[in-house]
Design a protein around this ligand. Structure first.
Ligand code: FES
Length: 111
């Protein structure tokens, strides 16, 4: 028997580790996600976004780090206002917030 998974459009991961943001900004950022996703109608709709927190994404500087799949787009130095932009522009409208991206799946770092 297999579990049942409802369709979803994207998966967003937030690093809540202590190395990329020692002052726990990642954890604070992650706590904002449910309401932001709810406000954008991305929690239960057909194009819903799954979310997760992780203790490390292997970057360990310039955090909080946020990554969005399936695009494999990596954001650095994510603040609450930037997270709101990521939710509305990337997760909702499908337009990557290019100026905050430092890496893409299969590509080189922009820096
Ligand atoms: S602690 Fe955040 S990337 Fe390693």
């Amino acid at each position: 028997m297999h579990p049942v998974m409802a369709a979803y459009a994207r998966h967003v991961l937030v690093c809540t580790g202590q190395f990329c943001s020692p002052d726990r900004r990642g954890a604070q950022l992650y706590s904002l996600l449910p309401q932001l996703l709810q406000d954008a109608d991305l929690l239960f709709s057909a194009n819903r976004v799954k979310r997760g927190e992780t203790p490390c994404l292997g970057v360990c500087e310039s955090g909080p780090i946020v990554v969005v799949y399936p695009e494999g787009v990596w954001y650095a130095n994510v603040t609450p206002p930037l997270l709101e932009r990521i939710v509305h522009e990337h997760l909702k409208a499908g337009k990557v917030v290019d100026e905050a991206v430092f890496h893409r799946l299969g590509g080189e770092n922009k820096v």
